[in-house]
Design a protein around this ligand. Sequence first.
Ligand SMILES: *[C@@H]1O[C@H](CO)[C@@H](O)[C@H](O)[C@H]1NC(C)=O
Ligand SMILES: *[C@@H]1O[C@H](CO)[C@@H](O)[C@H](O)[C@H]1NC(C)=O
Ligand SMILES: *[C@@H]1O[C@H](CO)[C@@H](O)[C@H](O)[C@H]1NC(C)=O
Length: 341
Amino acid sequence: MWRYLALIAIMLAVVSAYNVRLSTADDYTTRFKTWMVEHNKMYHEEEEFYLRLSNFIRNIHSIEKMNRQYGRTATFGLNKFSDLSLDEFKKHYLMPNYKPKARVTKETFNYPSNIPATLDWRTKGYVTPVKNQLMCGSCWAFSATEQIETANIMAGGQVEYLSEQQIVDCDPYDGGCGGGDPYTAYQYVQNNGGLTLNVTYPYTAANGACYANSTAPAVQVTAFGYASSQGNETQLREAMAARGPLSICVNAEPWMSYQSGIFSSTCSDDLDHCVQIVGYDTDATSKTPYFIVRNSWGTDWGLLGYIYIQAGSNLCGITNEVTYVSVHPDSSNTVNYHKMH
Ligand SMILES: *[C@@H]1O[C@H](CO)[C@@H](O)[C@H](O)[C@H]1NC(C)=O
Ligand SMILES: *[C@@H]1O[C@H](CO)[C@@H](O)[C@H](O)[C@H]1NC(C)=O
Ligand SMILES: *[C@@H]1O[C@H](CO)[C@@H](O)[C@H](O)[C@H]1NC(C)=O
């Protein structure tokens, strides 16, 4: 406990140096206890409480800094991750030890260049609801599954929720909760002869032994590939206009405390997270162009589960691994599908 108290005292000194209003340890403890109630958190050991409190204070400090530097377009704030250290956040929600492969040039097909000024595929019903990967580095399996669900709807299939867990457990090319790549996830689904429904093979947020049957697949993958070249946002927009939503991999380390607005903060292009891009737009007031990105950290993160990423500089490596998938929709399944509308 004394170790943490000393740490907290040092952090308070650092924080106060930046702040006009000096905060006391009591202020932080009160805020932390309020946050604990809001997020239904309990710590059984005193040591754990002080460790979490010191992470919380460090996060407040970093949130204030982000808001000072990038608050013109975006807001950062406390959320369900606020008692984690950055290392814990990376370990549990990103893929620090797995590198999705960036793609320098797209495959050879040409998209029409007359694209709409704004695009949001959610309005067409092509995007399933925001999911929650929980404490497991399975973003890549979610990204691939979301992309297969979208392709199924676009191919005329019923709205179906497919099994991320089947990919986590059964894909031999990737690392389950340790990380992976949507491209090889499509490869697995194609080889297997399909991806089943999530009601048949439910999500557990843990690695498990594969129990998929190739006899009862719901949706079959017919083709997949890279849809855009690294660094080329024009191509990314054209690919989205031509093909619909796309799977992307990004660097998401600075997304931890994102709340709303257009994210324009410093971000590397070291890919450690995979998500789905569903459109683009330009903010009417600030004239900032941005991409609309669906995350898999639940609807209680960001903008109801989404983040807007500033366009124009390949921020977070947004163009570095863009993939599409085509499917043969399942028409046989009439029992287990869920209608969105
Ligand atoms: C299947 O996915 C849908 C949409 O994400 C979710 O609402 C539902 O709870 C999931 N079902 C199971 C059994 O995991
Ligand atoms: C696999 O097949 C068995 C026997 O038909 C069935 O009980 C089981 O639910 C199936 N599992 C999946 C994931 O489809
Ligand atoms: C980016 O993509 C566009 C559209 O496909 C293409 O015309 C342009 O040459 C590409 N730019 C670079 C630098 O490759």
